[in-house]
Design a protein around this ligand. Structure first.
Ligand SMILES: O=P(O)(O)O[C@@H]1[C@@H](OP(=O)(O)O)[C@H](OP(=O)(O)O)[C@H](O)[C@H](OP(=O)(O)O)[C@H]1OP(=O)(O)O
Ligand SMILES: Nc1ncnc2c1ncn2[C@@H]1O[C@H](COP(=O)(O)OP(=O)(O)OP(=O)(O)O)[C@@H](O)[C@H]1O
Length: 492
């Protein structure tokens, strides 16, 4: 990619989140991730080109020097900062504007700095060998997978119902989503295949911003943001069926919709469980269940093997658990740092509040004493740990699947074979983690406020929501199956 010969016609809208907008190259497996600003700042960009460059370089450094140490290098693509011609960026912004979802248009793409992050396109990955079938890529934003056990937690409900499940009530009450998702992160992170299967089924039923499927780089399944319509499972089945016809799942030569969906989820669970290492889970008995999960514990047929210690879910969960104090215990330490910086503003750079995210930063957070000695250094280290945990609670996993033909060998290092494929169709898969941006120091007070709002909304409604806020029953899952997820779980 030659940055001085950029043509907006070579790029198309790919997606966006709260902080960045992503365009993909029409031929190369590359994306550009551009910063976004609040729309009211569109005339006067909130930072200079140098500051924007520094912000993106910080993202690269945080991902490659800090997050990769916790999550594992093999899952991470940190990318590089690129300087683009301003005219190209302006034309691109005009070109993509009409494809942007209306609810994201409170922010505008940065057209002033000319800086962007260039990354491999994880939805159309470079393959070890050419294939006839386009890769199927599944993006999951799993969110927080544990219940806090900090002594600072003031409301008992936080130790019983997970943040995601409580937040669902707040999101529906505040109109962010029309329907509540029954996905529970604690089921996904459980290491129990039945619970993981159940969790993924609910991601499929109500994807919100936690689940997307791409085929050949195009998003073919996601929540239609702001729309009242529920997702189109039939269209999903249409996309999935060609990938899942070769397993041992036929009855009289026909593969039922239920079998297609079951096998798809099974393949996904296998990819998420891959990675090797002995099963392990640091959450401890009794704290790995969320009381609001729709999963019926009594239905468990097979014990949990635990998450493999080299697998993506284990690594993400461990990193999330760097939040040992909960926001309620962390906030007073944040205030200690804030007060100190107020008195000694020049100390901001020694404490590396805004980076640089280098070895010294990593050392600060890794060498944090276990007890509070009252120092600002202790407080800053705990804040750094919390920010790393926040990033891990907000990252996404991309699983790329390629059907394997008989006798095919894997060459690429990142591509692993689905070994548990005696029944389900065989796939090669690769797992990556995306969106590993550092969360700003200043975001901590709003974390506390949001936590309080979520808990008080949940306590006010008693966890009860009108029936209309539940995902609608779709033909593929009968009412009985909703009760008993195990009907869809065929033992291997
Ligand atoms: O606070 P949360 O848990 O709602 O997470 C925010 C996400 O909301 P979600 O609940 O996943 O829909 C939110 O996602 P959406 O904009 O809702 O898609 C962002 O990821 C936000 O991160 P940032 O401020 O853009 O860096 C996330 O904020 P951080 O808390 O990670 O800063
Ligand atoms: N390297 C990549 N390859 C393919 N698609 C990507 C890549 N990076 C991001 N995307 C797509 O673009 C979307 C937005 O990117 P990203 O999640 O990084 O934005 P964000 O603004 O940081 O999100 P958030 O709302 O979590 O802050 C992702 O959900 C994903 O679908």
């Amino acid at each position: 990619m030659e940055v001085d010969k950029m043509d907006e016609n070579d790029w198309k809208y790919h997606g966006e989140g709260n902080k960045s907008l992503v365009v993909s190259h029409v031929q190369l497996s590359r994306v550009l991730r551009l910063l976004k600003y609040p729309a009211e700042d569109s005339e006067n960009p909130p930072q200079t080109a140098e500051q924007a460059f520094r912000q993106i370089q910080n993202i690269v450094d945080f991902s490659s020097n800090v997050m990769s140490r916790f999550l594992g290098q093999k899952f991470i693509h940190s990318g590089e900062v690129v300087k683009l011609p301003l005219e190209f960026v302006r034309q691109l912004s005009i070109k993509v504007q009409h494809q942007r979802p209306a609810w994201r248009c409170d922010k505008v793409m940065d057209i002033y700095s000319g800086c962007a992050l260039c990354l491999p396109n994880l939805t159309s990955p470079a393959l070890p060998q050419p294939t006839h079938t386009a890769p199927l890529c599944i993006e999951i934003k799993p969110k927080c997978g544990f219940l806090p056990s900090s002594k600072h937690v003031s409301k008992d409900i936080k130790t019983k119902v997970c943040r995601f499940c409580m937040h669902q009530h707040y999101k529906v009450a505040s109109g962010k989503w029309k329907r509540r998702s029954l996905y529970c992160p604690l089921d996904l992170f459980s290491g129990n295949r039945q619970r993981m299967h159940f969790a993924i089924r609910h991601l499929i039923e109500e994807p919100q911003n936690n689940f997307k499927i791409f085929k050949g780089g195009q998003c073919v399944y996601s929540s239609k943001e702001g729309s009242d319509d529920s997702v189109d499972l039939n269209s999903l089945l249409h996309h999935l069926r060609p990938y899942l016809l070769h397993g041992n799942n036929r009855i009289n030569g026909h593969v039922s919709n239920k079998a297609v969906l079951h096998d798809f989820i099974q393949v996904l669970v296998n990819a998420l469980m891959g990675g090797g290492g002995v099963g392990a889970d640091r959450r401890g008995e009794g704290r790995s269940f969320c009381e609001a999960s729709a999963f019926n514990r009594e239905r468990i047929r097979h014990g949990s093997q635990g998450l493999p210690s080299e697998g993506v879910l284990f690594r993400i969960l461990q990193t999330q658990m760097l939040d040992t104090l909960d926001i309620e215990g962390l906030y007073p330490l944040y205030r200690r740092v804030e007060q100190y910086l107020h008195d000694f503003p020049k100390e901001r750079s020694r404490l590396q509040i805004d980076g640089p995210y280098n070895e010294a930063f990593l050392e600060k957070l890794q060498k944090c004493p276990s007890e509070d000695d009252g120092s600002v250094d202790y407080a800053a280290a705990k804040v750094h740990q919390y920010r790393v945990a926040m990033t891990a609670k907000d990252c996404s996993i991309m699983v790329a699947l390629v059907p394997r033909s008989e006798g095919e060998d894997d060459e690429g290092q990142r591509w692993l074979r689905d070994l548990i494929s005696s029944r389900t169709p065989a796939f090669s898969y690769s797992v990556s983690i995306l969106d590993l941006d550092p969360k700003p120091f200043e975001s901590i007070p709003s974390q506390l406020r949001l936590d309080q709002k979520i808990v008080s909304c949940y306590l006010r409604t008693g966890g009860a929501l009108p029936k209309s806020s539940l995902p609608p029953l779709q033909d593929i899952f009968t009412a009985a199956e909703r009760e008993d997820c195990t009907l869809l779980f065929h033992p291997m």
